[in-house]
Design a protein around this ligand. Structure first.
Ligand code: FES
Length: 78
């Protein structure tokens, strides 16, 4: 786990998020992350728009054939 929060867009899949962070709706209500982390403590946030468990990924991206267009080719260094 990195210090701080690290967000990694996975290939044709969700955002993989590592670190400690708060997740909340625009109303300010906190979204429970209980039971959402994998064995390494990573949380996966949907970016395909088809999850039935938003904001978390439920693997619906595979069903709908989500294809990400971004990648290392669009990366830039600070
Ligand atoms: S990215 Fe996995 S369900 Fe949307």
């Amino acid at each position: 786990m990195p210090d701080g929060v690290q967000v990694t867009p996975t290939a044709d899949g969700p955002y993989m998020v590592a670190g400690e962070f708060a997740l909340q709706w625009p109303s300010g209500h906190v979204i429970s992350q209980a039971g959402e982390a994998d064995e390494q403590g990573y949380i996966y946030l949907c970016r395909c728009g088809h999850s039935n468990n938003k904001p978390f990924c439920d693997n619906s991206h595979k069903r709908v054939g989500f294809k990400s267009t971004e990648g290392d080719a669009t990366a830039h260094k600070d």
